[in-house]
Ligand binder design. Structure first.
Ligand code: AN7
Length: 379
């Protein structure tokens, strides 16, 4: 399933029709989305805010806008792909859905599958998923198998289980997922008013960066302005199969056996969509780069404290990547950069707690509390 019968490669839908955007959200671009039998399984995904980041721009030394994907129904960009793929699954008459996940796909597929009346089955790396994401999947009544090993081990199990044919696979090797996710590019072009020079995206299984690039290439079919931003894919140092390959000039990812990073969403050592992602970065004349965990936490703190935007570590990696790319001279000061902030910070309380500081917290009785407030504001 989802492999080319001739060469075994990844599948990619193409469109010959031209259309124009109508309505809101992902389905605003229905003319360039796969059609399913029956109405789409939708709950308002897409049409997320594109906001200017004044302080983060100053710090980066170029104009920066953020696409707030954490405002999707289940808190990440995954909902864009899920509305399309789950609609197709229901149209096919599937009864159960399956995915391996580092957490956000799990939450999204569980929610959309239940909405469609399908039974969600998840393969999750044991102890590898942020608490809030696991809680979401549980709340939606997903069947959860915690796999001993990494996400990549869970993915291997998912590929084998999908071969059984009894269950509809919803990982991003399913091309319908990426069709929904490409709408990020359409929205950026409509909302920014001028084409961005760079789009910075955190990379795990590497589907999203490929999806967004496909969106930019198809945008003229919708009457949107042509744009060829450089796609910058950011990985965490301890889980950087693509950034490592890029640095060494290799054409294939350098597999990571035991991926490590605070950014659990992108703790992935063998990205399944790598051929599409490599092509996107090559065609757009972009780059893959990597950032350290301290850089990720710093970026998270800047976004939270200077901009009021709470994201998870994987999303903060994109902004950390922009700072790094500016220092490397990869992105110039005249650039107009869109950073895709892929998911909300609310799902990962353990990561958030690393941002806190003892010097700003007090315990006191009501009387003493007033004195402390006085002292703080007069400081
Ligand atoms: C917040 O949920 O792979 O490069 O199983 O949750 O398309 O994989 C999540 C990935 C970036 C990377 N930011 O996107 C999963 C999963 C967040 C994410 C990515 C993920 P891809």
């Amino acid at each position: 399933m989802f492999r080319c019968p001739a060469c075994g490669g990844l599948l990619e839908p193409v469109y010959s029709v031209e259309g124009s955007p109508r309505g809101r959200g992902v389905w605003r671009y229905a003319d360039l989305l796969p059609r399913s039998r029956g109405p789409p399984v939708s709950m308002g995904e897409g049409s997320t805010p594109l906001v200017e980041l004044p302080r983060a721009s100053e710090l980066a030394g170029c104009r920066v806008y953020a696409k707030l994907e954490g405002l999707n129904p289940t808190g990440s960009f995954k909902d864009r792909g899920m509305t399309v793929a789950v609609s197709i699954a229901r149209g096919y008459g599937a009864r159960a859905t399956l995915a391996a996940s580092t957490g956000n796909t799990a939450a999204s597929m569980a929610a959309y599958s239940r909405r469609a009346g399908l039974k969600p089955v998840l393969l999750l790396p044991r102890r590898g998923v942020a608490r809030g994401k696991l809680a979401q999947a549980i709340a939606h009544g997903a069947y959860i198998v915690e796999v001993e090993g990494s996400f990549d081990d869970a993915m291997e199990a998912a590929l084998r289980a999908a071969e059984l044919g009894e269950v509809y696979p919803l990982n991003s090797f399913n091309p319908y997922r990426l069709e929904g996710q490409k709408t990020i590019a359409f929205e950026v072009l409509e909302d920014l008013g001028e084409p961005p020079t760079h789009v910075v995206v955190p990379v795990g299984n590497s589907g999203n960066i490929a999806a967004i690039w496909k969106g930019f290439k198809e945008a003229p079919l919708l009457g949107l302005p042509p744009a060829r931003p450089r796609m910058i894919g950011v990985q965490a140092e301890g889980a950087a199969p693509l950034a490592e390959a890029w640095a060494r000039g290799l054409r294939e990812p350098v597999a990571v056996e035991k991926p490590r990073t605070i950014a659990s969403a992108i703790r992935i050592g063998r990205p399944v969509n790598w051929p599409k992602a490599m092509r996107a970065v090559n065609e757009s004349r972009g780059a893959f780069i990597k950032v350290s965990d301290p850089e990720i936490l710093n970026a998270m703190a800047v976004l939270a404290r200077e901009e009021g935007i709470l994201v998870e570590p994987a999303s903060a990696a994109a902004y950390a990547g922009l700072l790094r790319a500016r220092k490397m001279g990869l992105i110039g000061e005249d650039s107009l950069v869109v950073v895709v902030l892929t998911g909300t910070g609310l799902k990962d309380p353990d990561a958030l707690s690393l941002l806190g500081s003892d010097t700003t917290r007090y315990t006191a009785g009501p009387q003493e509390a007033v004195e402390i407030v006085k002292a703080i504001v007069s400081r």
